[in-house]
Design a protein around this ligand. Structure first.
Ligand code: HEM
Length: 152
C-alpha cells in the first residue's frame, strides 16, 4: 500500500516536473531569451541546467512506470485465475502500447534537447519545434494515462 502510493507519487511528480519544465521553457523562457542580447548563450546554459532535472526525471519515470507495469500484470494474472471470462485486457494493453511508443519519442526528444553532445547542437540551437512536440506528446501521454486508469 505504502509502496504503491510512493511509486504513484514518484511517477506523477517526475512527470509534472519534466513536462511542466518543458512547457515553462517553451512558453516563458524562450520568448524572453529571444529578446535578450545573446539568445544562443542564454538558451544553451538554460538547457544545461534543465538537463540535470530531465535526466533524473527520465530515470524515476522509467523505474516507477515499470513498477506500475509489473503490478498491473500481477493483478491481471490473479484476476484471470479467478474469472478467465470476465478479464479482457486487450484494450488496456493496446492503449499502453501507444502510450509507451509516445513515451519513447518524448525520451528521444528530451535527450536530443539536453545532452551536451555536438551532434545534438542542431536541435539545441533552434529548440522551438522540438519543445512544441515534446509538450504536445506529453499532454497526449497524460490523457492516455488517465484513460488507462479507468480501463485497469
Ligand atoms: C513521459 C513519460 C510518462 C508520462 C507523462 C506518464 C504519465 C502517467 C500518468 C499521468 C499516469 C497516471 C497516474 C495516476 O493516475 O495516478 C501514469 C500511470 C501509469 N504509467 Fe506512466 N507516464 C510516463 C512514462 C511511463 C513509462 C515509461 C511506463 C512504463 C514503463 C509507464 C507506465 C505506467 C502505468 C502502467 C501506469 C498505470 C496506469 C493505470 O492506472 O492502470 N509510464 N503515467
Amino acid at each position: 500500500m505504502f509502496l504503491k502510493a510512493l511509486m504513484q507519487w514518484i511517477h506523477v511528480g517526475s512527470v509534472v516536473l519534466m513536462i511542466g519544465g518543458f512547457f515553462f521553457f517553451r512558453v516563458v523562457l524562450l520568448p524572453i531569451a529571444n529578446r535578450s542580447a545573446d539568445p544562443g548563450a542564454l538558451i544553451t546554459s538554460a538547457l544545461r541546467r534543465f538537463g540535470g532535472i530531465v535526466w533524473t526525471a527520465l530515470l524515476t519515470v522509467l523505474i516507477s512506470g515499470l513498477y506500475n507495469f509489473i503490478t498491473f500484470f500481477r493483478a491481471a494474472r490473479a484476476g484471470s485465475a479467478v474469472n478467465p471470462l470476465a478479464s479482457d485486457y486487450s484494450l488496456y494493453i493496446f492503449v499502453l502500447g501507444i502510450k509507451l511508443f509516445i513515451v519513447f519519442l518524448i525520451f528521444t526528444l528530451a535527450i536530443f534537447l539536453t545532452f551536451p553532445y555536438p551532434v545534438f547542437e542542431v536541435y539545441q540551437k533552434r529548440p522551438t519545434p522540438w519543445l512544441n512536440l515534446t509538450v504536445i506528446f506529453g499532454l497526449i501521454v497524460i490523457f492516455l494515462s488517465a484513460y488507462l486508469r479507468r480501463l485497469g
